[in-house]
Design a protein around this ligand. Structure first.
Ligand SMILES: Nc1ncnc2c1ncn2[C@@H]1O[C@H](COP(=O)(O)OP(=O)(O)O)[C@@H](O)[C@H]1O
Ligand SMILES: [Mg+2]
Length: 372
């Protein structure tokens, strides 16, 4: 079992710093996912852990030992890339066995490992084929098999599913989760796909521009985003984020004024005063369609997506950007129609001008009109 730690890791290419001092602790057996937009430093960080890049500052620690000066091959980690880089002239069997044959391992041991990995990945029928006679998903399994046979201290995956079509990605995602359960090893997995991150991770690390924005379990990030970046990044479709100013309400509480006309009553919230400018966030599933007298805002429906089991409404409240509303089941509404929306307060997110969270959920305000 393997623990991996980063202490104040810095990385610059020439005089351009791309990783700005990252601290991270990956526990033994954990499945950790690095997620973030393209160019935020995910691959660089993974390559630093693998030993394929030197750090400009800070420490990489594996099982308590600083490995900054230990070569990639001596670190004993296995990396699986998006481009699987199989040897085209070798069979699947040979592709998996090749790395071990270069060590001094017994032939019988190599054979046992290749067959066990092939069995686990359901590629036994293809062991004698060459990579070009395999589908993309099968090739990616061979690349994973090649990592498994090495019995590495940890697995490092860099967007391993990005080249696969949507259906196969979903299937492989489930297989990777099952594989982690079976192997129990430490895994670090890089993706820009937040659904992959949500479904696979014990811990998600959200990266942005070479910094960690937040780390936590998938639901911690979903329920309690610490800033607008994480709020907007985690969740599909995205959280609706809107600007508002804080004004005194009629009832001693506070109101958010958004888009000039929308007044959203709040209870007193600590850290919030009249005159503040805030961003408020509400997820598509936390907007209720209600009668006009209970509504916080109304909006014009631009587009609907009827998926049968659920409905998405894309609608624009006056003076605000388009928002997404999720309704379970089938919801008959036409484009151009007005809908009245209520924000569930217990899942309303408030962020300050600096983008940092003020509250992830507030109590329902005292209902003035008997509505709850
Ligand atoms: N060899 C390199 N030389 C210069 N800049 C690089 C090099 N590799 C990556 N970068 C830069 O470092 C940043 C992070 O890149 P990368 O880790 O590949 O991002 P990600 O994997 O999150 O898409 C990007 O701005 C990229 O342009
Ligand atoms: Mg990358």
């Amino acid at each position: 079992m393997t623990e991996i730690q980063l202490n104040k890791v810095l990385k610059a290419y020439g005089d351009v710093e791309v990783i700005h001092g990252i601290d991270l602790h990956v526990n033994s057996g954990q499945f950790v996912v690095f997620v973030g937009p393209s160019g935020c430093g995910k691959s660089t960080l993974l390559r630093i852990i693998a030993g394929l890049e030197n750090v400009t500052g800070g420490e990489v620690v594996i099982d308590g030992a600083v490995v900054n000066n230990v070569t990639a091959s001596e670190r004993g980690l296995a990396m699986v890339f998006q481009s699987y880089a199989l040897y085209p002239h070798m069979t699947v069997y040979k592709n998996m066995a090749f790395g071990l044959e270069n060590s001094k391992m017994q032939r019988s041991e190599i054979d046992a490992r290749v067959r066990e990995a092939a069995d686990m990945l359901q590629i036994t029928p293809y062991l004698n084929r060459r990579p070009k006679a395999l589908s993309g998903g099968q090739r990616q399994r061979v690349a994973i098999g090649r990592a498994i046979v090495r019995d590495p201290k940890a697995f490092l995956f860099d967007e391993p599913l990005s080249n696969l079509d949507a259906e196969l990605r979903v299937a492989m995602r489930k297989e990777l989760a099952a594989l982690h359960n079976k192997l129990g090893g430490t895994m670090i997995y890089v993706t820009h796909d937040q659904v992959e991150a949500m479904t696979l991770a014990d811990v998600i690390v959200v990266l942005n521009a070479g910094r960690v924005e937040q780390q936590g379990t998938p639901l911690e990030l979903y329920n309690r985003p610490e800033n607008t970046f994480v709020a907007g990044f985690i969740g599909s479709p995205r959280m609706n984020l809107m600007e508002a100013s804080v004004v005194m309400g009629d009832d001693g509480g506070l109101d958010l004024m958004a888009g000039g006309t929308h007044r959203i009553a709040l209870p007193p919230v600590s850290g919030l005063s009249p005159g503040d400018n805030v961003t408020f966030g509400i997820r598509p599933e936390h907007l209720e369609i209600v009668d006009a007298d209970r509504a916080d805002m109304s909006a014009t429906v631009d587009l609907t997506e009827q998926l049968g089991g659920e409905t998405y409404l894309f609608c624009t409240p006056e003076g605000l950007p388009q928002i997404t509303v999720h309704q379970l089941g089938q919801f008959p509404v036409s484009e151009g129609e007005r809908v009245h929306l209520r924000l569930k307060r217990e899942v309303l997110h408030l962020f300050g001008e600096d983008g940092k969270v003020i509250a992830n959920g507030v109590p329902e305000p005292e209902a003035a009109n008997g509505a709850a």
